[in-house]
Ligand binder design. Structure first.
Ligand code: NDP
Length: 267
């Protein structure tokens, strides 16, 4: 007979690692997997408790300090997860940073930092966690790409290049790891309501207008919620997606399929 402390749900008995899971999209992914019964290990620079999002809700969640740019930190994280849980079923490489700079303003150090978090991070995590995933049925890696890996906003060269790299890494890992039973896919989110994007809106004097204009860019007439991405991540990790690998799944409210018109010609 089960007790309330035993995990139940479609992800019960699954060990899930989410990088950058303290807040934003990562936190929504953590909460969704935990709600579906998984045991979730958050790898983040920051203790989720410090950003006002404690782990007290349903249990089955823990934080292990992690800097995805640093191989020693990644190795220590992998050792901690192996000691605590014996293996990993799902790795979500979500941690990412974005900065707005023209190519001539961008310093080498800034370029390297974006690449280190967004692209070296998923590489190091895969390198050191794949050994913990081998032989576990239904194992999969989910990388956080972006629609900016497919098209560009101005002054986002480093970010766009890093996310294009994430999409390519996803395909390469799918090819390499498929034969040992590990699928690898990416999610390319559009505009999702998190701190990473909120600062763009907040600095505009007419916030309401910006929100309305943003909604108009999307056929679904709204920007995305972190839960939209979490739902896709859970599906990609599930047996229902067992024949899906090497894909970049766009979750962006149709923004990239809507052709733009001059304002005067908008219906
Ligand atoms: P947030 O900035 O809200 O959260 C990012 C999280 O990653 C933070 O908890 C942050 O920790 C953590 N993090 C940053 N650097 C590292 C590191 N070196 N090691 C470990 N953790 C780290 O971002 P979002 O939730 O908005 O974005 C999550 C992912 O989704 C990113 O990869 C982003 O590029 C992608 N994405 C987001 C979109 C959006 O519209 N929001 C659109 C498309 C893609 P700390 O707080 O300590 O810095």
């Amino acid at each position: 007979m089960s007790t309330s402390s035993e995990p139940q749900g479609s992800m019960a008995d699954r060990i899930v690692v989410v990088t950058g899971g303290a807040r934003g999209i990562g936190r929504a992914i953590v909460d969704r997997f935990a709600a579906d019964g998984a045991t979730v290990v958050i790898g983040d620079l920051t203790d989720p408790g410090e950003v006002g999002a404690g782990l007290d809700v349903a249990g089955h969640r823990e934080w292990v300090p992690l800097d995805v740019t640093d191989e020693t930190s990644v190795l220590e994280f992998a050792q901690s997860v192996e000691a605590g849980h014996g293996g990993v079923d799902v790795l979500v490489n979500n941690a990412g940073i974005m900065a707005e700079r023209s190519i001539t303003e961008e310093s080498l150090a800034e370029w390297d930092l974006t690449m280190a978090v967004n692209l070296r991070g998923p590489f190091l995590m895969a390198k050191h966690l794949v050994p913990l995933m081998e032989g576990r049925e239904g194992a999969s890696i989910i990388n956080m790409g972006s629609i900016e890996g497919l098209a560009a906003n101005r002054h986002h060269a480093a970010y766009c290049a890093s996310k294009g790299g994430v999409h390519a890494l996803t395909r390469a890992l799918a090819v390499d790891l498929g034969p040992i039973g590990i699928r690898c896919n990416a999610i390319a989110p559009g505009w999702i309501d998190t701190d990473l994007n909120r600062s763009y809106i907040e600095r505009h004097p007419d916030r309401e207008q910006v929100v309305a204009d943003l909604a108009r860019l999307h056929p679904v007439a709204r920007i995305g919620d972190p839960a939209d991405i979490a739902a896709t991540a859970c599906w990609l990790a599930s047996a229902d997606a067992g024949f899906v690998t090497g894909q970049v799944i766009q979750v962006e409210g149709g923004r990239t399929v809507r052709l733009s018109l001059p304002t005067a010609l908008e219906p």
